[in-house]
Design a protein around this ligand. Structure first.
Ligand code: ZN
Length: 335
């Protein structure tokens, strides 16, 4: 590990879709292409972002989720046992949002590999470390209604098994990091401890590459000590890396002391503003993590997905992220 550079950079996952592919600056954009043209457009957009990430100097790149409109539904679309016509109105993330969601009406099963083709394509076009994101089992269960399993914990375990099959395949195809996105971890403190961490571990069981979990709260709320409750359980889990939003957030950085056995992807890029951070600002956030974690465990990352931002803003943020990490690398190297 001694020759691994400090403060490697990566992103939470998503990047904006080019305006010729989907409506820009929307959380739920509509595709502008269809059929084969859509698949081909998604591949083209993936190439654009792999190149942008490489040129910016990002160490662990992603496909920017160019082939999915939404991080949960992109996965669920290829799962059996879900009735998309049977919509149930549900308050998700503990009633922060009310949405109509599809309903699980039978045992869930993959119709086949979900993201294999996307991963194969990205792997063929970059030599950098490659990360791919999957929705976490708890967040899936908070985004879909259940009329089959009866207990959310049971439904989560059923999805965790599918995610595990998917994660193992993606690893074989050359993924270097498999990340589970679990925004729900920040909402249901008790359930995280009761079954959320267990479902996360089931999803990455036997996965031979690095594994990560991304936890975030979006732009809501003012006081976020609840990480204190779930970090000990996450620290004891088999997951390798934890991605947190730290730029401009209310999360006290000292809480990462509760994750002493994990690598920390420190969010140093705010996704809630179009203002592009300076490299110095990025370096300052990463440096503040060094008071609470060894430098060898600190990665530079974005707070969350960059998908809803204008494309040039996202590209600028990628550059600042990598440049900020390089600044700190130089500084610490000299020290
Ligand atoms: Zn997030």
């Amino acid at each position: 590990m001694a020759d691994t550079p400090l403060f490697q950079t990566t992103i939470a996952g998503s990047l904006p879709k080019p305006s010729w592919l989907a409506e820009p600056e929307k959380l739920w954009p509509r595709w502008r292409l269809e059929g084969e043209a859509l698949v081909s457009g998604q591949r083209d957009a993936t190439l654009v972002w792999l190149k942008e990430e490489e040129d910016a100097g990002i160490d662990i790149v992603t496909d920017g989720e160019q082939a999915r409109i939404h991080f949960v539904h992109g996965f669920l679309e290829r799962i059996e046992g879900i009735d998309w016509g049977k919509k149930t109105k549900m308050g998700i993330r503990n009633n922060r949002y009310e949405v109509e969601v599809p309903t699980v009406t039978g045992p869930v099963r993959r119709r086949g590999p979900v993201h294999s083709e996307d991963l194969r394509f990205s792997r063929a076009h970059t030599r950098r470390m490659l990360k791919i994101e999957l929705p976490g089992p708890m967040t899936i269960c908070d985004t879909i209604a259940d009329s089959h399993y009866g207990r959310r914990a049971d439904m989560a375990m059923a999805f965790a098994k599918l995610l595990n099959e998917e994660a193992r395949e993606l690893t074989e195809l050359g993924a270097d990091v498999i990340q589970l996105d679990e925004p729900a971890f920040n909402v249901f403190m008790d359930e995280v401890k009761e079954w959320g961490v267990a479902a996360m571990e089931r999803a990455v069981e036997g996965v031979r590459c690095k594994t990560a979990v991304h936890i975030c709260y979006g732009t809501l709320g003012s006081e976020w000590r609840q990480y204190e409750e779930i970090f000990p359980a996450i620290n004891q889990s088999r997951i390798d890396m934890v991605s947190l939003e730290c730029a401009g957030s209310k999360v006290p950085m000292s809480l990462i002391e509760l994750l002493k056995d994990k690598e920390i992807m420190v969010g140093a890029i705010d996704v809630a503003t179009n203002r592009v951070e300076t490299p110095e600002e990025v370096a300052r956030v990463l440096k503040s993590a060094l008071k609470h974690a060894e430098a060898s465990r600190v990665y530079g990352c974005t707070n969350c997905g960059l998908a809803p931002l204008p494309r040039n803003v996202a590209a600028g943020k990628l550059k600042s992220l990598a440049a900020g990490a390089a600044l700190l690398r130089n500084e610490v190297g000299r020290g």
